[in-house]
Design a protein around this ligand. Sequence first.
Ligand code: SF4
Length: 470
Amino acid sequence: MFLSVFDIFKIGVGPSSSHTMGPMTAAARFLDDLRTGRTPIPGSGAPAHVQCTLHGSLAFTGKGHSTDRAVILGLCGFEPATIDPDDAEKALAEVATTRTVQPEGLHPLKFNPDEDLIFDYGPPLDGHANGMVLRAFDAAGALRLEETYFSIGGGFILTADELAELDRTPAGLKTAKKEAGYRYPFSTAKEMLALGVKHGKTIAQMKRANEQAHIDPAQLDERLNEVWNTMSACIDRGLREEGILPGGLNVRRRAKKIYERLVEQRGSNMAQPHVANDWMSVYAMAVNEENAAGGKVVTSPTNGAAGVVPAVMRYYRDHCIGSNDEGLRTFLLTAAAIGGLIKHNASISGAEVGCQGEVGSAAAMAAAGLCAALGGSNEQIENAAEIALEHHLGMSCDPVAGLVQVPCIERNGLGAIKAVSAASLALHGDGEHFMPLDNCIEAMRQTGQDMSEKYKETSLGGLAVNLPEC
Ligand code: SF4
C-alpha cells in the first residue's frame, strides 16, 4: 500500500473533498478525455453539448456542498489545487448567462446548469454512494462519450472501470503491485511497527524513504512546508474573517471573536486551565469556517475534517516547548502514514462510513503526528492513533441542510481536543495497550457498513432532521 503524503494532504477548495474537489476533478478529467479524443462512440460528431447527472449522496447533499458549482467549474477547466476564487466567480456568472462552457482546447460546449446538471434522488449507483455520470453529445444530439465517476473521499476519483478493477484485484496482488519499489512497504499498523523494529526507523523516517522513491529530499521538504504554510494561512484567514456563512442557515462565523478574547486573556488570571482546549477549538473552527465559505484549505484527510490536523499542528508550534520545523514535517509524514492505513483498510469518506471516517480519521492522524513530533516511540504513536479513533467510533454524518457547517465546524474543534488528549495519554504509557490500531480500523469499517444510509452524508437523519423551530 502506498499513498503519498500529498494524496492525503491535498491543497484545494471547500467545502467538501468528496462533494466539491472530487466532482471538479472528475469534470476536468472528462474534458481531458474529450480533448485527447478517447475513442468516441462510433458515428458521433464533434462534442457540442455536455451533461452531468449526480447520484446518491452527491445528489442529496450536493447543493449544500456546492457540488453544482464544482461541476460547472470543472467543466470550465478549473482544478482544485490551482483555482483562483475571483476567476471562478467570473466563470460561473458567464456560464449562467451564456449557458455554455468554454474549456481550453475544445470548442464551446452547450451547458445549461438548469437542465444539464441533474440531481437524481433515486437509489445510488452500484459501487459507491458518491456517483456521477458525465455525457457529451454532438450537435445532432447523438451521444459521443459517457463516463461514470465515483468520488471515493478525500478528493480521490475513480471511473467505474477503475473501481471494478480495484474490487476484482485480490488484496495480495493489489498490495504487491502498489508496494513495488518502496523501501518500507506496509499496509497494516502491525507491519508498520514490525518494519520499524527490524530497521530501527521511526514511522516518519520510513514514510520519508518511501516518498523519496518519487521525489528528491529537498523537493519533499519544500512541498511539506508548502502544505503546512497553506494550513497555517487558512487558520490566519479564518481568525480574521467575520460575518454569516453562505448556504442559507445563517450560521455566524465565531472564530475571530473567540480568538480575540483568548488573546486578551492570555497570561492574565482571567484565563482558566482549560483555555488550552479553546485554543485548539478556535484554530480548527477558523479552518472549517473558511472551508464552509469555499476558501482555500488542505484536505486532512477530507475537507469536512480539514480543521483537526492544522489545529493540532498550530497547537504544537505555538504552545508546545521545543517545537520546530522538522517537528512539523515529522507530524505531516506520520499523520499521512496513519491516514493511508485507514483509507486502505476502511474509509475516510463520510458517505461510506459516517463522520467516524472523517473527523475520527483526522483525530487519529493528528494524535499520531503530535505524538511523533513530541518524540514518541512508534508504539506510542500507534497507541495515540488508536485512542483517538476508538473514541470516534460510531459517529454519524448528518450535516444540517447538507452544509458542512453544523455539526462540522465545532466537531473539528472537539476532534482536535481528543487528538491532543490521545497523544498525551499515549506518551504517559510505554506503547503497550489492549486494542491494536488495526482492529480499531476494522471496527470502524464494520460499523460504517452496518450504519443506515440516513447517517452517511445524505442529511436524511440525525441532527439534519431535528431542527429547532424558528
Ligand atoms: S458531519 Fe462529519 S463527515 Fe459529515 S460533512 Fe460534517 S465533517 Fe464531514
